[in-house]
Design a protein. Structure first.
Length: 218
């Protein structure tokens, strides 16, 4: 299974509401949606769009194609990753197998990214849900939800096992939406600490629901 998302640096510009800027083939539109609580982000060059909470800010140089985060809760954030165009031959998200299989790949990818070389670090992970949906664009998307807990010992070199106590470092929820278009695999990735989930969930689900992959105009 190929769920590797090479990092790409892509020019992205924040514009005021409803402005359209043409930069060669790249067109980014930010439009206010009704209610004003969300903004729409449309990348016609890379072929995807979503809405995000209006107050969130863009973080440049975070590695992903696009990265936004809550201005206050830094650990609540989202990004979009795209498989490399040259090596991508995806036809449908079903190329990843059924949702459960894709979820394993997503989890593996996260665990690889968060791999720690520190002594005494242990990760505990669970796929909480894996499902598919057909959005209003008629395309199939997968939604994957995982939890990862990281435990660390502050005294790993202790001789007595009872002194090597591990405590919870962080406990996070990762919400991922996968879609395929333009022969590429797109992943919308949202993350939040579990303790903030109940508060943030409504907004995060709206972002997930809005994610679309779109045909790039030749
Ligand atoms: C995004 O959130 C995660 C935790 O949920 C945090 O570890 C990471 O530093 C955040 N990234 C940025 C760029 O704010």
């Amino acid at each position: 299974m190929c769920t590797k998302f090479p990092r790409r640096n892509v020019l992205s510009t924040l514009l005021s509401a409803s402005t359209v800027l043409l930069l060669g083939p790249r067109q980014i539109t930010l439009a206010e949606t009704t209610g004003g609580a969300f903004r729409e982000y449309i990348d016609t060059f890379d072929g995807y769009s979503f809405i995000y909470p209006k107050g969130w800010i863009q973080v440049k140089g975070a590695g992903a194609d696009i990265f936004f985060r809550d201005p206050v809760l830094l650990d609540v954030n989202m990004s979009v990753d795209i498989s490399s165009p040259s090596s991508s031959t995806y036809k449908t998200v079903e190329d990843l197998g059924p949702p459960e299989k894709a979820a394993e790949g997503v989890l593996k990818q996260y665990l690889t990214e968060f791999m720690s070389t520190r002594l005494g670090v242990r990760r505990e992970s669970n796929v909480l849900s894996a499902s598919s949906k057909v959005a209003d664009d008629g395309k199939l998307y997968y939604e994957v939800e995982v939890n990862i807990k990281s435990y660390a010992s502050n005294n790993e070199l202790a001789v007595m096992p009872k002194d090597r106590v591990q405590s919870l470092e962080w406990d996070r929820r990762y919400l991922t939406v996968l879609g395929v278009e333009n022969n590429q695999l797109y992943a919308l990735r949202l993350q939040t600490p579990e303790r903030l989930l109940s508060e943030e969930e409504g907004d995060l689900r709206r972002v997930m629901d809005s994610f679309r992959v779109n045909k790039i105009q030749a």
